[in-house]
Design a protein around this ligand. Structure first.
Ligand SMILES: [Zn+2]
Length: 268
Protein backbone atom coordinates (compact mmCIF):
# COMPACT_ATOMS: atom_id res chain seq x y z
CA UNK A 1 0.00 0.00 0.00
CA UNK A 2 1.26 3.45 -0.83
CA UNK A 3 -0.47 5.15 2.07
CA UNK A 4 -1.79 4.45 5.57
CA UNK A 5 -3.62 6.32 8.29
CA UNK A 6 -2.15 7.01 11.72
CA UNK A 7 -4.88 6.82 14.35
CA UNK A 8 -2.94 8.89 16.91
CA UNK A 9 -3.28 12.12 14.91
CA UNK A 10 -5.81 10.89 12.34
CA UNK A 11 -3.43 11.74 9.51
CA UNK A 12 -2.81 9.89 6.23
CA UNK A 13 0.81 9.34 5.26
CA UNK A 14 2.49 8.23 2.08
CA UNK A 15 5.37 5.78 2.52
CA UNK A 16 7.88 8.50 1.66
CA UNK A 17 6.20 10.98 4.01
CA UNK A 18 6.17 8.51 6.87
CA UNK A 19 9.82 7.59 6.31
CA UNK A 20 10.73 11.30 6.62
CA UNK A 21 9.18 11.67 10.10
CA UNK A 22 11.52 12.15 13.06
CA UNK A 23 12.54 8.74 14.38
CA UNK A 24 10.80 9.00 17.76
CA UNK A 25 7.52 9.99 16.11
CA UNK A 26 7.82 7.21 13.55
CA UNK A 27 8.54 4.62 16.24
CA UNK A 28 5.35 5.65 18.06
CA UNK A 29 3.07 6.10 15.06
CA UNK A 30 4.05 2.83 13.36
CA UNK A 31 2.16 0.97 16.06
CA UNK A 32 -1.02 2.89 15.27
CA UNK A 33 -1.36 2.49 11.50
CA UNK A 34 -4.45 1.27 9.61
CA UNK A 35 -5.42 0.78 5.97
CA UNK A 36 -7.05 3.99 4.66
CA UNK A 37 -9.72 1.96 2.87
CA UNK A 38 -10.83 -0.70 5.34
CA UNK A 39 -9.21 0.13 8.67
CA UNK A 40 -7.22 -3.12 8.95
CA UNK A 41 -4.16 -2.79 11.18
CA UNK A 42 -1.17 -1.90 9.00
CA UNK A 43 2.59 -1.84 9.33
CA UNK A 44 5.33 0.33 7.85
CA UNK A 45 7.96 -1.03 5.50
CA UNK A 46 11.04 1.10 4.97
CA UNK A 47 12.79 1.29 1.59
CA UNK A 48 13.85 -2.22 0.53
CA UNK A 49 17.31 -3.16 -0.71
CA UNK A 50 15.57 -4.31 -3.89
CA UNK A 51 14.84 -0.65 -4.61
CA UNK A 52 11.15 -0.69 -3.67
CA UNK A 53 10.38 2.59 -1.93
CA UNK A 54 8.95 2.91 1.58
CA UNK A 55 5.37 1.62 1.77
CA UNK A 56 2.80 -0.03 4.03
CA UNK A 57 1.33 -3.49 4.37
CA UNK A 58 -1.60 -5.04 6.20
CA UNK A 59 -2.26 -8.73 6.74
CA UNK A 60 -4.54 -10.52 7.02
CA UNK A 61 -6.24 -8.11 4.70
CA UNK A 62 -9.16 -9.71 2.87
CA UNK A 63 -11.93 -8.00 0.92
CA UNK A 64 -10.03 -4.79 0.36
CA UNK A 65 -9.16 -3.35 -3.03
CA UNK A 66 -5.72 -2.32 -1.75
CA UNK A 67 -4.93 -5.87 -0.60
CA UNK A 68 -5.52 -7.41 -4.02
CA UNK A 69 -2.84 -5.30 -5.60
CA UNK A 70 -0.41 -6.32 -2.91
CA UNK A 71 -0.94 -10.07 -3.28
CA UNK A 72 -0.46 -9.98 -7.04
CA UNK A 73 2.83 -8.22 -6.57
CA UNK A 74 4.09 -10.56 -3.86
CA UNK A 75 3.58 -13.78 -5.73
CA UNK A 76 5.06 -12.39 -8.94
CA UNK A 77 1.57 -12.32 -10.41
CA UNK A 78 1.21 -16.07 -10.92
CA UNK A 79 -0.14 -18.97 -8.93
CA UNK A 80 2.20 -21.71 -10.12
CA UNK A 81 3.45 -22.21 -6.60
CA UNK A 82 0.01 -22.96 -5.19
CA UNK A 83 0.66 -25.87 -2.81
CA UNK A 84 -2.99 -26.81 -2.89
CA UNK A 85 -3.00 -27.76 -6.56
CA UNK A 86 -1.59 -31.10 -5.47
CA UNK A 87 -3.38 -32.05 -2.25
CA UNK A 88 -1.68 -35.47 -2.09
CA UNK A 89 1.70 -33.85 -1.86
CA UNK A 90 3.74 -33.98 1.31
CA UNK A 91 6.02 -31.01 1.79
CA UNK A 92 9.44 -31.79 3.23
CA UNK A 93 11.34 -28.85 4.65
CA UNK A 94 14.78 -28.28 3.26
CA UNK A 95 16.83 -26.52 5.93
CA UNK A 96 19.70 -25.80 3.58
CA UNK A 97 20.13 -22.30 2.26
CA UNK A 98 20.91 -22.17 -1.45
CA UNK A 99 21.18 -25.95 -1.72
CA UNK A 100 21.73 -27.45 -5.17
CA UNK A 101 19.21 -30.22 -4.71
CA UNK A 102 16.16 -27.97 -4.71
CA UNK A 103 13.50 -29.69 -6.74
CA UNK A 104 10.55 -27.45 -6.30
CA UNK A 105 12.35 -24.23 -7.02
CA UNK A 106 11.94 -20.77 -5.69
CA UNK A 107 9.22 -18.69 -7.34
CA UNK A 108 11.51 -15.70 -7.06
CA UNK A 109 14.31 -17.29 -9.09
CA UNK A 110 14.52 -17.78 -12.85
CA UNK A 111 13.87 -21.41 -13.66
CA UNK A 112 12.06 -21.95 -10.36
CA UNK A 113 8.54 -23.25 -9.97
CA UNK A 114 7.18 -20.00 -11.37
CA UNK A 115 8.79 -20.72 -14.73
CA UNK A 116 8.97 -24.50 -14.94
CA UNK A 117 5.98 -25.66 -12.94
CA UNK A 118 5.93 -28.20 -10.15
CA UNK A 119 8.08 -31.31 -10.14
CA UNK A 120 8.30 -34.13 -7.65
CA UNK A 121 10.91 -36.37 -6.13
CA UNK A 122 10.51 -39.62 -4.20
CA UNK A 123 8.51 -42.48 -5.62
CA UNK A 124 6.62 -40.15 -7.93
CA UNK A 125 2.90 -39.84 -8.53
CA UNK A 126 0.15 -39.07 -6.06
CA UNK A 127 -0.75 -39.59 -3.33
CA UNK A 128 2.81 -40.02 -2.09
CA UNK A 129 4.46 -37.19 -4.00
CA UNK A 130 7.06 -35.35 -2.00
CA UNK A 131 7.80 -31.72 -2.57
CA UNK A 132 10.98 -30.39 -1.03
CA UNK A 133 10.64 -26.80 -0.03
CA UNK A 134 13.01 -24.33 1.54
CA UNK A 135 11.74 -22.13 4.33
CA UNK A 136 11.75 -18.92 2.28
CA UNK A 137 9.27 -20.20 -0.35
CA UNK A 138 7.24 -21.82 2.42
CA UNK A 139 6.90 -18.47 4.19
CA UNK A 140 5.77 -16.90 0.91
CA UNK A 141 3.12 -19.58 0.57
CA UNK A 142 1.86 -18.81 4.08
CA UNK A 143 1.70 -15.09 3.32
CA UNK A 144 0.04 -15.23 -0.08
CA UNK A 145 -2.08 -18.40 0.04
CA UNK A 146 -4.48 -18.11 2.99
CA UNK A 147 -6.03 -21.51 2.14
CA UNK A 148 -2.67 -23.21 2.76
CA UNK A 149 -2.65 -22.09 6.41
CA UNK A 150 -5.77 -24.11 7.19
CA UNK A 151 -5.08 -26.99 4.79
CA UNK A 152 -4.37 -30.63 5.59
CA UNK A 153 -1.24 -30.70 3.41
CA UNK A 154 1.35 -32.60 5.45
CA UNK A 155 4.55 -30.77 6.24
CA UNK A 156 7.59 -32.70 7.45
CA UNK A 157 10.40 -31.14 9.45
CA UNK A 158 13.04 -33.84 8.96
CA UNK A 159 13.95 -35.61 12.18
CA UNK A 160 11.43 -33.61 14.21
CA UNK A 161 7.79 -33.85 13.25
CA UNK A 162 5.23 -34.24 10.45
CA UNK A 163 1.90 -32.45 10.82
CA UNK A 164 -0.86 -30.98 8.64
CA UNK A 165 -0.23 -27.33 7.82
CA UNK A 166 -3.28 -26.26 9.83
CA UNK A 167 -1.85 -27.82 13.01
CA UNK A 168 1.72 -26.76 12.42
CA UNK A 169 1.59 -23.11 11.39
CA UNK A 170 0.48 -20.43 13.81
CA UNK A 171 0.17 -16.75 13.04
CA UNK A 172 1.46 -14.47 15.82
CA UNK A 173 -2.11 -13.37 16.49
CA UNK A 174 -3.05 -16.94 17.51
CA UNK A 175 -0.11 -17.80 19.74
CA UNK A 176 -2.24 -17.82 22.87
CA UNK A 177 -4.05 -20.92 21.56
CA UNK A 178 -0.85 -22.99 21.32
CA UNK A 179 0.34 -25.80 23.55
CA UNK A 180 3.43 -24.63 25.45
CA UNK A 181 6.73 -26.43 24.71
CA UNK A 182 5.34 -27.87 21.45
CA UNK A 183 7.00 -27.27 18.08
CA UNK A 184 5.12 -24.92 15.73
CA UNK A 185 5.95 -22.80 12.73
CA UNK A 186 5.17 -19.32 14.04
CA UNK A 187 4.88 -16.60 11.41
CA UNK A 188 3.77 -13.04 10.85
CA UNK A 189 4.96 -9.46 10.52
CA UNK A 190 7.81 -7.95 12.51
CA UNK A 191 6.68 -4.58 13.84
CA UNK A 192 9.95 -3.61 15.47
CA UNK A 193 12.99 -4.98 17.28
CA UNK A 194 15.11 -4.18 20.30
CA UNK A 195 18.07 -5.51 22.25
CA UNK A 196 17.73 -6.75 25.82
CA UNK A 197 20.38 -5.98 28.45
CA UNK A 198 21.89 -9.43 27.92
CA UNK A 199 22.17 -9.00 24.14
CA UNK A 200 19.03 -10.96 23.29
CA UNK A 201 17.45 -9.63 20.09
CA UNK A 202 13.73 -9.13 20.69
CA UNK A 203 11.69 -9.42 17.52
CA UNK A 204 8.34 -7.85 18.33
CA UNK A 205 5.16 -8.88 16.54
CA UNK A 206 1.97 -6.94 15.95
CA UNK A 207 0.85 -8.34 19.29
CA UNK A 208 3.86 -6.60 20.82
CA UNK A 209 2.59 -6.51 24.34
CA UNK A 210 1.87 -10.25 24.19
CA UNK A 211 4.15 -12.03 21.72
CA UNK A 212 7.84 -11.63 20.85
CA UNK A 213 10.52 -13.84 19.35
CA UNK A 214 13.70 -14.03 21.43
CA UNK A 215 16.93 -14.61 19.51
CA UNK A 216 19.76 -15.62 21.83
CA UNK A 217 22.79 -13.30 21.93
CA UNK A 218 25.00 -15.99 20.35
CA UNK A 219 22.46 -16.56 17.54
CA UNK A 220 22.03 -12.93 16.50
CA UNK A 221 25.05 -12.73 14.17
CA UNK A 222 24.38 -16.15 12.53
CA UNK A 223 20.72 -15.15 12.09
CA UNK A 224 21.58 -11.88 10.34
CA UNK A 225 24.29 -13.57 8.22
CA UNK A 226 21.96 -16.36 7.15
CA UNK A 227 19.35 -13.90 5.97
CA UNK A 228 21.90 -11.40 4.60
CA UNK A 229 20.25 -8.55 6.46
CA UNK A 230 20.65 -6.07 9.30
CA UNK A 231 18.54 -5.46 12.39
CA UNK A 232 17.40 -2.14 10.91
CA UNK A 233 15.97 -3.96 7.90
CA UNK A 234 13.79 -6.32 9.94
CA UNK A 235 11.01 -3.81 10.62
CA UNK A 236 8.00 -4.64 8.46
CA UNK A 237 9.45 -7.91 7.15
CA UNK A 238 7.68 -11.26 7.55
CA UNK A 239 9.33 -13.97 9.61
CA UNK A 240 8.76 -17.70 10.01
CA UNK A 241 10.25 -19.33 13.12
CA UNK A 242 10.04 -22.99 14.00
CA UNK A 243 10.22 -23.17 17.75
CA UNK A 244 8.31 -23.36 21.02
CA UNK A 245 6.67 -20.86 23.32
CA UNK A 246 6.81 -20.26 27.01
CA UNK A 247 5.20 -17.67 29.20
CA UNK A 248 7.39 -15.06 30.85
CA UNK A 249 6.70 -13.91 34.41
CA UNK A 250 4.94 -10.86 32.94
CA UNK A 251 2.49 -13.15 31.13
CA UNK A 252 4.01 -12.34 27.75
CA UNK A 253 4.42 -15.25 25.30
CA UNK A 254 8.03 -15.75 24.24
CA UNK A 255 8.84 -17.72 21.09
CA UNK A 256 12.19 -19.52 21.18
CA UNK A 257 13.50 -20.58 17.75
CA UNK A 258 14.65 -24.22 17.61
CA UNK A 259 17.61 -23.15 15.50
CA UNK A 260 18.73 -20.36 13.21
CA UNK A 261 18.37 -22.81 10.30
CA UNK A 262 14.65 -23.11 11.03
CA UNK A 263 13.93 -19.44 10.44
CA UNK A 264 12.96 -17.60 7.25
CA UNK A 265 12.59 -13.93 6.37
CA UNK A 266 10.62 -12.25 3.61
CA UNK A 267 11.51 -8.61 3.10
CA UNK A 268 9.38 -8.05 -0.01
ZN1 LIG B 1 -7.61 -2.31 3.36
Amino acid sequence: MDSARCTVNNTDYTGVGFAALPEAERADYRRHLVCVMCGTKAYFRKEASSGQGPCFGARPHANCVLATVESARGMGGNNEENALHNPGTRIVLDEAQGAAEIVNGDPGEPGGAGAGGRRFTGDGGRPNAVSRKRLGPLLKTLIYEPAFRTSTVYVEIPGRDTRPARDLFVNFSDVSQCQPHTLYGFWGVIYDTGYGNDGTLWVNTGEWEDVSVAIDPTDVAPFLTRHKTTVANLDGAHILVFGTTFKAGSGKQIIKPSSVQLTALNED
